[in-house]
Ligand binder design. Structure first.
Ligand code: SF4
Ligand code: SF4
Length: 460
């Protein structure tokens, strides 16, 4: 039995906890490999709703000014808040990195992609809570100024937000051009402050903490309403714009359910925007925390996108807003040349997909780059782990030597190595706890080897 908002899966350093979107009973827990570019298996928890939608225990707060920074960070993590602009980065970590380093809070209210209208809808309906969210972060992190950037075609949202923040002297609202990818954080900083985020760094290095407007809204809900991230507004649209709706859906809702609710028959679906989203075959795929839209397109769309060889036309390089060389990155990603893809700054790619849009050979460049970035992350993790284990091993060796004892109790039997405590084969290495000199160590190693050999012979 679970309640709405109850933790279903604990998080770790990279993943936020997952909460139950409704009340009911857990009917199954399994692993499923959805058609996803990473090819990863997902843990799937199925909840059979009891129809009551009953909340678990919640603590409402009126005053956020007494909350310490550490409690604030913990609350954001515990409520599963992540970057809703598409990054999925832990918001708690972002705040932790920015303590004492930022003077400006920049709210990115620019829609991430064409067709997507979910942030616009959120601003029109929840403008007061968005202003409150900004105020909470600014107050707790002692931020001097707050800038909210809205695209020039979001007229109603602009007026509502402007009214909501008029009593805060350090809040500003700025209009930006509705031009893709102006909503990417690095582009936004360039447009508003005429500053470039240095290579390999984040906006925090310039004293700017940047959050998507939806993230701010859910931070407010987490702190004051004790509400975890279990739902979000998504845009439901077709490629011809014959209809466009914004719907509030629970995270985890299968796409097939949403489609059936709106009588959408065509099953060719892109999850996310038309540029950075991905095509899904399995309509049981759930709405994720990072899903901002469902786009329906004509089924012949895929056939027209047959991948052809690269003709080195350089159209992708000319279009890249980050001034990267996508055609080179494509060759390195395809040939698993991780060193070169790193040297050509694949990690600076903001995954805007502009290169893919202009490519006359229909090469799914973005998919290659996403895969390669995942691969680099994996390698980095393995590297970190091996360094960590090496360090732990060295520390252990030092401890063993320093304690003056070496356990030589390895028994070889049937090719299986078993460890056994054997107090009789203990060598007193050193009278004191000081480190041994190398000659002494050699002598002990030799003695140990002889003892091991003797022991082995006895066993045989
Ligand atoms: S997706 Fe392509 S165009 Fe966009 S930043 Fe990356 S390489 Fe450049
Ligand atoms: S646009 Fe496509 S075909 Fe042209 S260089 Fe880039 S990857 Fe190659």
């Amino acid at each position: 039995m679970v309640f709405r908002g109850q933790v279903l899966a604990l998080g770790n350093d990279d993943i936020a906890p997952i909460h139950s979107p409704t009340s009911g009973t857990i009917s199954s827990i399994s692993k499923n490999k959805f058609n996803f570019y990473s090819g990863k298996y997902f843990g799937v928890i199925v909840i059979k709703s009891d129809g009551r939608d009953a909340w678990g225990h919640r603590v409402f707060r009126k005053n956020y000014k007494d909350i310490s920074i550490n409690t604030f960070i913990k609350l954001i993590y515990d409520h599963g808040i992540i970057g809703l602009g598409g990054s999925g980065f832990l918001s708690s970590k972002k705040i932790e990195f920015s303590i004492g380093k930022v003077h400006t809070l920049l709210i990115n209210a620019a829609e991430s992609e064409p067709y997507v209208q979910s942030d616009d809808c959120l601003m029109q309906n929840f403008y007061k809570e968005i202003a409150e969210g900004c105020q909470i972060i600014a107050c707790i992190l002692k931020i001097e100024s707050v800038v909210i950037a809205i695209e020039d075609d979001k007229k109603l949202a602009f007026i509502k937000i402007k009214n909501a923040i008029k009593s805060f002297p350090n809040f500003k609202i700025r209009k930006i051009k509705n031009k893709y990818p102006s909503g990417s954080s690095k582009q936004l900083i360039k447009t508003l402050f005429n500053k470039e985020v240095p290579l390999g760094k984040r906006s925090i290095s310039l004293g700017i903490l940047i959050f998507n407007v939806s993230t701010i809204f859910y931070i407010k809900r987490a702190i004051l309403n004790s509400e975890p991230l279990i739902e979000r507004i998504i845009t439901l649209s077709d490629a011809q714009l014959l209809y466009q709706k914004n719907v509030l859906v629970r995270i985890g809702t299968p796409i097939s359910y949403i489609l059936s609710k709106f009588n959408i028959k065509n099953s060719s679906i892109i999850l996310g925007g038309p540029i950075t989203g991905f095509i899904i075959d399995d309509l049981n795929f759930p709405i994720l925390k990072t899903t901002s839209s469902i786009l329906k397109f004509k089924s012949d769309f895929v056939e027209n996108l047959l991948e052809l060889p690269c003709i080195r036309c350089t159209a992708c390089s000319k279009a890249c807003p980050m001034r990267l060389l996508p055609e080179q990155l494509y060759f390195y990603s395809k040939s698993f040349d991780h060193e070169k893809s790193k040297r050509y700054h694949i990690n600076e790619c903001i995954e805007c997909g502009v290169c893919e849009q202009v490519c006359p050979s229909n090469i799914p460049l973005l998919t290659y780059f996403k895969k390669e970035k995942l691969e680099l992350k994996k390698l980095e993790f393995q590297n970190d782990m091996s360094k960590k284990f090496k360090k732990l091993f060295m520390l252990r060796q030092r401890r063993v030597h320093a304690s003056g004892l070496i356990n030589e109790n390895i028994i070889y039997s049937n090719n299986v190595i078993k460890e056994k405590r054997n107090d009789s084969i203990r060598h007193k290495v050193c009278e004191s706890n000081s480190f041994l000199n190398s000659q002494h160590i050699m002598k002990i190693k030799l003695e140990s080897a002889i003892n091991r050999a003797k022991l082995k012979r006895n066993i045989k």
